[in-house]
Design a protein around this ligand. Structure first.
Ligand code: ACO
Length: 361
């Protein structure tokens, strides 16, 4: 039996390929580096959905359709945001997405892809007792997400968030995508599959790591303290957040793609100090991990530079996982459609190792 299903191929997909030894991620035929270079989230979502809906709009029509979907989501959830904001943001997001109608059609798909980009800023603002800002369907998805947050949405920031959402849009059969496919395989609907994806993304071993990366950086404080701090964390039996991966035995290619985005944004905003500090911490962490875990190749994963990027865009660490969901949701929806189009009910077996009834008694 494969512990944690490691090495088990549980689906065939046309959506993305994760090469763990080569350190390569291909999404619908494109290297992740190309996706990070200005393709745009709407175009990435269009690529992922291509072939799964007959009337899928293309190009600018998809930008317009997603803008309309943001308005639709806003109108459906606005009055429930204040209540959901009492929860941690990822739970608030899950609660509000669960209120959206279920279905398997294109409108449902676009509404779901729009939802985290609308709901996340509203939850962040509600936590600060600020009213939600309605979407502007005339601008791009990423720019609108920043605008709804009430943070500067200049072109540099919007294109950094746009790149991020595309980079994390899909990644093989990770835990949340698998959860979404299992639920989709029962024909429960795209909203149910997305709620399953959100639930799986919440934990620190999957999408919940970037918030703790900021806690780690803040706890370390200055580069000269990095090694001692990291050693002490490992001595306490903790894991270093933003490092290690089930599939990659080398550096996660998304880490470098996002590091370039962070570096560009830092140069344009004139503040490269935080990045330089993070690079020193990263180098110290890799050295400590090599020394402490010589038999397990552990390298930087997507979450390390995600944390820096989302921090510099003004998202609070508590909401980082929701921003990850705003990118990954296109992958969940596409996988859910692929599963219902070509897959059977996912129903593996377990081996019973408990006691049997005593038939003689
Ligand atoms: N820090 C310290 N040790 C680690 C780390 C880490 N980040 N990651 C793995 N290890 C060690 C484990 O302690 C274990 O050591 P042992 O054999 O001496 O007990 C060994 O490496 C193997 O660990 P597993 O848990 O079997 O590896 P798995 O493939 O299940 O873990 C995971 C992958 C969950 C991502 C892990 O590396 C981890 O916990 N990383 C930190 C959290 C993180 O960054 N998560 C985000 C991942 S990216 C994403 O999901 C979007």
């Amino acid at each position: 039996m494969a512990d944690g299903l490691e090495g088990v191929v549980a689906a065939e997909t046309v959506l993305s390929h994760v090469d763990g030894l080569g350190g390569r991620l291909v999404i619908r035929g494109l290297d992740v580096g190309e996706i990070a270079c200005g393709l745009g989230y709407e175009a990435v979502a269009g690529l992922l959905l291509d072939g799964f809906f007959d009337a899928l709009p293309r190009g600018h029509a998809l930008v317009t359709a997603l803008g309309a979907a943001r308005i639709d989501v806003f109108e459906r959830v606005e009055r429930h945001v204040a209540d959901a904001a009492a929860l941690p943001p990822i739970e608030g997001l899950r609660t509000l997405v669960a209120r959206l109608p279920d279905g398997d059609d294109l409108d449902t798909a676009l509404r779901l892809i729009a939802a985290p980009a609308v709901i996340t800023p509203a939850l962040v603002r509600a936590a600060d007792r600020e009213a939600p800002i309605a979407p502007d369907p005339a601008i791009g998805h990423a720019a609108d997400m920043l605008r709804m947050l009430g943070r500067p949405a200049d072109a540099a920031r919007a294109s950094a968030l746009d790149a991020y959402l595309g980079v994390v849009s899909d990644h093989g059969l990770n835990a949340s995508t698998f959860a979404a496919r299992v639920v989709a395989s029962t024909r429960a609907g795209l909203t149910s599959a997305t709620v399953a994806g959100l639930s799986a993304l919440k934990g620190p071993l999957h999408g919940g790591a970037p918030g703790p990366v900021i806690e780690m950086l803040d706890g370390i404080g200055s580069p000269d303290r990095a090694e001692a701090w990291l050693e002490a964390a490992l001595d306490r039996g903790e894991r270093l957040m933003g490092f290690g991966h089930r599939i990659y035995r080398v550096r996660d290619p998304r880490a470098d793609a996002l590091k370039r985005v962070v570096a560009r944004l830092a140069r344009e905003s004139g503040g490269t100090g935080r990045l330089a500090f993070a690079e020193r911490v990263e180098a110290a962490a890799l050295a400590v991990l090599r020394r402490r875990k010589p038999d397990r190749p552990l390298d930087t994963n997507v979450e390390f530079y995600t944390a820096l990027l989302l921090e510099s865009l003004g998202f609070p660490p508590a909401a980082f996982t929701c921003v990850f969901a705003a990118g990954r949701v296109a992958g969940w929806v596409a996988h859910a459609r692929e599963q219902t189009a070509s897959g059977r009910l996912i129903r593996p077996q377990s081996r019973y190792v408990g006691p049997m009834p005593d038939l003689a008694a």
